[in-house]
Design a protein around this ligand. Structure first.
Ligand SMILES: Nc1ncnc2c1ncn2[C@@H]1O[C@H](COP(=O)(O)OP(=O)(O)O)[C@@H](O)[C@H]1O
Ligand SMILES: Cc1ncsc1CCOP(=O)(O)O
Ligand SMILES: [Mg+2]
Length: 269
C-alpha cells in the first residue's frame, strides 16, 4: 500500500548523492567470503570500506568510522568477541550499525549469536527471508546461507524483530521488504541471477551501512540503499552471461548510476 512517508525516487537519488558527497567510512566485521565484494561495492557507491576485526584494534577503528556492519557469515568465538567489542564502541558513539545474520537458523550457534547481537539493538537488520524468520523464532527453512522462503512471508517476523530493536529490519529477495513497524516499504528491482552470486546479500548490507551513515532516517537510508542496489543489479543482469559477469557489472553499475536512471527506475510502494 502506498505511503506518502516512504521514499520516492527523488529521495533515493538524494540519498545516493549524499553517500557520494559524504564518502562515509564503513567499518566491517564481516566474513571471509564477503570481504572483497563488500569492499568493492562500498567503493563503487562512493564510500570507504575497511575490514577490521582484531581485538587489539577493533574498538579504535569503530571510533573512526561513520557506520559499522557486523556479519556473522564465518563466525567463531574469536570473531564473536570482535563483534561484541565493535558493537559496544559503535553504540557508545551513537553511530549506526547494521547486523547481517547470515544463515541464522542453520545451527543453534548462529541463531544464538544472532539473538545476542540483536539484543544490542542494531540500527538495521538485513537478511534473507529464512534468516529473518529464524531470528524471530519462526520456522525459517534456510538452506545454509541461502533462503528457501519468500521475502513477503517474513513481514510479520520483520515487524517482530523491529519491535525488539526499535530500528529497521529489511528482508531481501525478489521484492525487498523494509520496515520500522510504523512504515513498510516494498522495494522492487533486482534480478534472480543476483542470488547466484555469493556474498550479494552481504554486499547489500554493507551498502546499507554506507547509506545509514549518510542519511539520518534509517528507513529512508535502507530502502534507498536497497533500491539502488537492486537497480544496479537488474541493469547488470542485462547483458550478463552468468553470475561471473553479473558480479563485475554490478560494481560498474553502482559506480555509474545516474540521477535519470534512479528517477526512472525506482519502484518503492
Ligand atoms: N529473485 C530475485 N529477484 C530480484 N532480486 C533478487 C532476487 N533474489 C535476490 N535478489 C536481490 O539480491 C540481493 C541479495 O539478496 P538475497 O539473495 O536475499 O540475500 P542473501 O545473499 O543474503 O541471501 C538483494 O539486492 C535482492 O534484492
Ligand atoms: C557462502 C558463505 N558461507 C559463509 S558466509 C557465506 C557468504 C554468504 O553471502 P550471502 O549471504 O550474501 O549469500
Ligand atoms: Mg546473506
Amino acid at each position: 500500500m502506498a505511503d506518502s512517508t516512504l521514499p520516492g525516487s527523488a529521495d533515493v537519488w538524494a540519498c545516493a548523492d549524499a553517500v557520494r558527497r559524504g564518502g562515509p567510512l564503513v567499518h566491517n566485521v564481516t566474513n571471509y567470503v564477503a570481504m572483497d565484494l563488500s569492499a568493492n561495492a562500498l567503493l563503487a557507491v562512493g564510500a570507504s570500506p575497511a575490514m577490521v576485526h582484531a581485538h587489539e584494534e577493533v574498538v579504535d577503528f569503530a571510533l573512526l568510522a561513520d557506520a559499522l556492519v557486523v556479519n556473522i557469515g564465518t563466525l567463531s568465538p574469536n570473531w564473536v568477541e570482535s563483534m561484541r567489542l565493535a558493537v559496544r564502541a559503535a553504540t557508545d558513539r551513537g553511530i549506526p550499525w547494521v547486523l547481517d545474520p547470515v544463515a541464522a537458523g542453520a545451527t543453534s550457534y548462529r541463531t544464538q549469536v544472532g539473538a545476542e547481537l540483536l539484543a544490542h539493538r542494531p540500527t538495521v537488520v538485513r537478511g534473507n527471508a529464512s534468516e529473518i524468520l529464524s531470528l524471530a523464532g519462526m520456522t525459517g527453512r534456510g538452506k545454509g546461507v541461502d533462503a528457501t522462503d519468500e521475502s513477503g512471508d517474513a513481514l510479520e517476523a520483520a515487524v517482530a524483530l523491529a519491535q525488539v530493536t526499535g530500528g529497521v529490519v529489511a528482508v531481501t529477495g525478489d521484492v525487498d521488504v523494509v520496515t520500522d513497524r510504523r512504515r513498510t516499504a516494498h522495494v522492487a528491482g533486482g534480478h534472480p541471477l543476483m542470488a547466484r552470486v555469493t556474498a550479494m546479500g552481504c554486499a547489500a548490507s554493507a551498502v546499507v551501512g554506507a547509506y545509514a551513515a549518510a542519511v539520518a532516517d534509517p528507513l529512508m537510508a535502507t530502502a534507498s540503499a536497497l533500491a539502488v542496489f537492486g537497480l544496479a543489479g537488474e541493469r547488470a543482469a542485462t547483458g550478463a552471461v552468468g553470475p561471473g559477469t553479473l558480479r563485475w557489472r554490478l560494481l560498474d553499475e553502482l559506480y555509474a548510476l545516474e540521477q535519470s536512471t534512479v528517477l526512472a527506475g525506482t519502484r518503492i510502494s
